[in-house]
Design a protein around this ligand. Structure first.
Ligand code: F6R
Length: 242
């Protein structure tokens, strides 16, 4: 595991964008596993900037997102489909037919999970998986629990996640209670993993994830078992680690 210390959020965003760019330059038809949330917003803005300057070409890139709220349509501004289009897909030359997210409106959740796993498999797996980390140590929406789920599944969001994500919604009541997420097994199968973590409020959980016991109670701790992980965290997020 390589841990990069970024000065602040801007530095973190640029460092993370550099890793994604390197991947795209080295393998133009790579499969990127993408994440949403506050952590990668600056990174996506940096990638768009480099694309506009002619330094990056997404024409052959394929992407699979980690997760999507269950019950939100693509048009809903809080859906991850909407997020990805707003922050990246609509601003670069990626082929929309090569971008994939779970379908939040799928009628049969089990069938949707099977479809998504088969899709990832058919793409040959993920070359570089981007992850943020929840305040409770979740990755994707793999919440703390007593076991690791292997494949895509539909989860009940924990109260702490609903609290953390309500900032994006008009009220807490509007936060969906369920989401689709790639499983820990799929995340761990990615050839390379990039984790970005910002802010003092994540300092304790980041320390637990990187140096504590490997346990499904802290889902991100499983990353200690992966052979190719890069963590980029700002000084605030690294403040609990000596
Ligand atoms: C988002 C995702 C989540 C977030 C995590 C951190 O696609 O999978 O695991 O990465 O909740 O969210 P932020 O970055 O908003 O703190």
């Amino acid at each position: 595991m390589i841990i990069y210390r970024a000065k602040d959020y801007n530095d973190l965003s640029r460092k993370a964008a550099n890793i994604i760019s390197a991947q795209v330059i080295m393998k133009p038809n790579c499969v990127l596993g993408l994440a949403t949330g506050s952590s990668p917003e600056g990174m996506y803005a940096q990638l768009v900037d480099w694309y506009n300057k002619g330094d990056l070409d997404f024409a052959k890139v394929k992407s699979v997102n980690l997760d999507e709220y269950r019950g939100l349509s693509r048009e809903n501004e809080q859906s991850y489909y909407y997020f990805m289009h707003k922050h990246l897909f609509d601003k670069v030359n990626i082929d929309m037919n090569n971008t994939y997210l779970p379908n939040g409106l799928a009628e049969d959740p089990e069938e949707e999970c099977r479809r998504y796993d088969a899709l990832i498999e058919s793409l040959g797996g993920v070359d570089l998986q981007l992850l943020g980390m929840g305040h409770n140590g979740h990755i994707g929406f793999n919440e703390p629990g007593d076991h690791y789920d292997k494949g895509t599944h539909c989860v009940d969001l924990q109260q702490s996640t609903i609290e953390a994500n309500k900032r994006f919604f008009a009220s807490e009541d509007e936060v969906p209670r369920q989401a689709y997420t790639m499983g820990i097994g799929t995340i761990m199968k990615a050839k390379k993993i990039l984790v970005i973590v910002s802010g003092a409020e994540k300092a304790e959980i980041l320390k637990e994830a990187l140096y504590g016991p490997i346990t499904p109670q802290v889902p991100a701790s499983v990353l200690q078992m992966h052979s190719d992980v890069i963590v980029i965290a700002d000084e605030a997020a690294l403040s609990a680690i000596k």
